[in-house]
Design a binder for this molecule. Structure first.
Ligand SMILES: NC(=O)c1ccc[n+]([C@@H]2O[C@H](COP(=O)([O-])OP(=O)(O)OC[C@H]3O[C@@H](n4cnc5c(N)ncnc54)[C@H](O)[C@@H]3O)[C@@H](O)[C@H]2O)c1
Length: 257
């Protein structure tokens, strides 16, 4: 087997569709075996089947500790070991004032976007250590680096992932496990399709102010996740990589001649 992930086994949460599915396909192309996992079972199974023998599907709700253990066990049982975890599963709720966010919406956002990452690291780290080390990649967001109004719970969850990544890197370094975060800008996935038209119009205006004046493609995020998952990133840990078309560099303005 050749490729940038030859011989590696990866577990990717929330990989039935969107960025996770793109990462799964890219990882298999680069020589890895991949455990596709999600709560969308039909879609997840179809995604794994399309990737052939070097992929399988497990039901994994990242809010459930037992599901995590089963997914890690399945990776080891089916493919022999686990080297890479991509904590990709996440939800967004349409922007709205914090004072109108319900306790339930807030708790769900934190339980999936933050606690799901924590549970994933806790379940997978012993297995990755048994394999001799590897890589954990946590999908945060540019909303995990700067604040965004009317997105308080999402922003809080993604900021927390940034810090959790650093803390886990410090703790797991001696086990030869690297831990990094990826901070996408706006990416064309089903998450975005679900956004109300007014939100999409606003995003479109914002995109036009970026150096790269368009929405990102899932492959453009997956390329960076692939790098961090691979041995090419052997000296990269405890940090984050922003993949946002230059969004955080500041707003582009018309020149005044
Ligand atoms: N699309 C964007 O603009 C954007 C920008 C920055 C960061 N992100 C982050 O990227 C990651 C991937 O999102 P995407 O854009 O591919 O969106 P998506 O909605 O297409 O994919 C998210 C996946 O997570 C799964 N999921 C949701 N709840 C789950 C749970 N409890 N357990 C397991 N799986 C669950 C969904 O079923 C889905 O397959 C998310 O963490 C998201 O917050 C997305």
């Amino acid at each position: 087997m050749t490729g940038r992930l030859a011989g590696k086994v990866a577990l990717i949460s929330g990989s039935a569709r969107g960025q996770g599915a793109t990462e799964a396909a890219m990882f298999v192309r680069e020589g890895a075996c991949v455990v596709v996992s999600d709560v969308l079972d039909d879609l997840g199974r179809a995604t794994a089947e399309a990737l052939g023998d070097r992929a399988c599907y497990v039901h994994l709700d990242v809010t459930d500790v037992d599901h995590w253990q089963r997914a890690v066990d399945e990776a080891e049982r089916r493919f022999g070991h686990l080297d890479v975890l991509v904590n990709n599963a996440g939800i967004g709720i349409p922007p709205h004032p914090m004072v109108r966010t319900t306790e339930e919406q807030h708790r769900l956002t934190m339980s999936i976007n933050l606690d799901g990452v924590w549970r994933g690291i806790r379940a997978a780290a012993p297995a990755i250590k048994r394999a001799g080390g590897g890589s954990i990649v946590n999908i945060s967001s540019i909303d995990g680096i700067v604040g965004v109004g009317y997105m308080a719970s999402y922003v809080a969850s993604k900021f927390a992932v940034t810090g959790l990544t650093m803390a886990a890197a410090l703790e797991l370094g001696r086990d030869n496990i690297r831990v990094n975060s990826v901070h996408p800008g706006v990416v064309a996935t089903p998450m975005l399709d679900a956004a109300p038209p007014a939100v999409l119009e606003r995003l479109d205006r914002l995109m036009r102010q970026q150096p790269i004046a368009r929405i990102g493609r899932p492959e453009e995020i997956a390329n960076v996740v692939l790098f961090l998952a691979s041995d090419e990133a052997s000296y990269v840990t405890g940090t984050g990589i922003v993949v946002d078309g230059g969004h955080l560099a500041g707003p582009w303005r018309e020149p005044i001649d």
